[in-house]
Design a protein around this ligand. Structure first.
Ligand code: LRH
Ligand code: MN
Length: 424
């Protein structure tokens, strides 16, 4: 299905006067509102192709109906999100779940929906039907040279698909590690993994980046061979200038200070991008900003400060991606909420009075420093984010529009009630 612009304009017209009053009231007290709106319009978040169906856990999965059954329908669904918020202009594919049958056709279909292809994701955490060698004991870390080579070859194949689609980055997340003390020689596992990543790095086109995604635990529960930001930074530093770390918000041990990790990786010019989600316990892959919105704001604070300190382009110089799994919510509603939460945290981070904060820090005025941050976090920027959407031709209220248009019912009508999208 496709959404007609006239339908969005119609729904916006119904909200126009209330929105205008709300926006003008809030904008009146914001000195840099136009600059914030400009940045919000430019800021695009990539949607994961593996999160357009109902996710699940080992305990069960509950179909949502109308799920995309192939890559074309996944692109169509991201096209729906982008039409509604004009902030989801990219899709991140996972191979082999999303192998393009005809890359040129797929690229044209994406362009038709105003989409580009963000980072490609390899998969050496599952054994595919007909696969010769198993990744049961790991992929790049594996004691078996043949299995390590199979994993390298897979990643080079993923790069090939990415080149055909116009992507320019590869995310490597390795489930490798161990689940019992004694199982693994950590140093050998590191060396094997580094050699494998070096072979993959050697296969990167000139203008590509490789993101090394770390994770503290799961599916291994004693050690992970890329277990934290330090290990990811070690790999990325040894690999070379095209290698970066990738921060998935759900991949940290409890109470980790992620905003500090982000500020240091950015300072070291080794922060490549994000997998945004939220969590209370483990890698829960929940809606962004649904559990710890203040942490998300603090992360964007470090991003804005660190990127401005290096003159970076907020919209283009880092990989902004969502990585979530929808066990009980409609995936498209969940993703609309996540993009909104990201835009709100970014807008609030842009409101912070940098000069005043520096002064407070330089004079150890801890109370003043906290007040300056929380002033921004406690500022209601929802109408500013909505105004950015309105100006970019999107829905003032994407979630309201999604429901008013009964999109899920239409998708169920088109695709059936019992469907399963490839992915997690
Ligand atoms: C691992 C991960 C990784 C993806 C997978 C779908 O937990 O975050 O980024 O490959 O989820
Ligand atoms: Mn991830």
């Amino acid at each position: 299905m496709q959404i007609e612009q006239s339908r969005i304009d119609e729904l916006n017209a119904q909200l126009e006067s209330g929105h205008k009053r709300n926006f003008e009231f809030h904008a009146a007290s914001l000195s840099n509102v136009e600059a914030v709106i400009e940045k919000l319009i430019a800021f695009q978040v990539a949607i994961p192709s593996w999160a357009l169906g109902a996710g699940g856990t080992r305990f069960g999965r509950f179909s949502i109906g109308g799920e995309p059954g192939n890559l074309e329908e996944k692109i169509e669904d991201v096209g729906l999100l982008h039409k509604l918020n004009q902030s989801s202009g990219a899709i991140s594919l996972h191979i082999p779940w999303d192998i393009p049958s005809d890359a040129a056709k797929i690229k044209a279909l994406a362009a038709h929906h105003g989409l580009v292809f963000d980072a490609m994701n390899s998969n050496t955490f599952q054994d595919q039907p007909g696969q010769k060698l198993s990744y049961k004991y790991g992929s790049l870390q594996n004691v078996d040279k043949g299995i390590r080579q199979q994993a390298v070859d897979h990643n080079l194949e993923v790069i090939k698909y990415g080149k055909e689609l116009g992507s320019n980055s590869l995310t490597v997340w390795l489930s490798d590690g161990s689940s019992f003390p004694g199982q693994l020689n950590f140093r050998k596992a590191f060396q094997n993994t580094l050699e494998g990543l070096q072979d993959i790095y050697a296969g990167l086109p000139e203008d590509w980046k490789v993101f090394v995604e770390y994770k503290a635990f799961e599916p291994n529960f004693y050690s992970m061979s890329v277990g934290d930001w330090g290990q990811s930074l070690l790999y990325a530093s040894k690999l070379g200038p095209k290698a970066y770390t990738l921060v998935d918000l759900g991949h940290h041990l409890p109470n980790a200070n992620i905003e500090q990790i982000v500020s240091l990786l950015l300072m070291e010019k080794k922060l490549g991008g994000f997998h945004f989600n939220d969590s209370k316990y483990g890698d829960d892959d929940l809606t962004v900003g649904s559990m710890r919105p203040y942490q998300l704001f603090l992360i964007f604070r470090e991003l804005v400060e660190g990127m401005d300190a290096r003159g970076m382009n907020h919209a283009k110089d880092l990989g902004w991606m969502i990585d979530a799994s929808h066990n009980i919510k409609d995936p498209l509603e969940d993703l609309l909420q996540s993009v909104e939460a990201i835009q709100i945290a970014y807008a609030q981070a842009l409101l912070v009075d940098d000069m005043a904060l520096d002064e407070a820090r330089e004079s150890n005025d801890v109370v003043r420093a906290q007040e300056i941050l929380q002033q921004a976090f406690r500022t209601d920027v929802r109408s500013v984010v909505a105004e950015a959407r309105r100006r970019s031709g999107a829905a003032i209220d994407p979630l309201g529009a999604y429901r008013a248009m009964k999109i899920r019912d239409t998708l169920i009508g088109e695709r059936g009630a019992v469907t399963k999208a490839t992915g997690l």
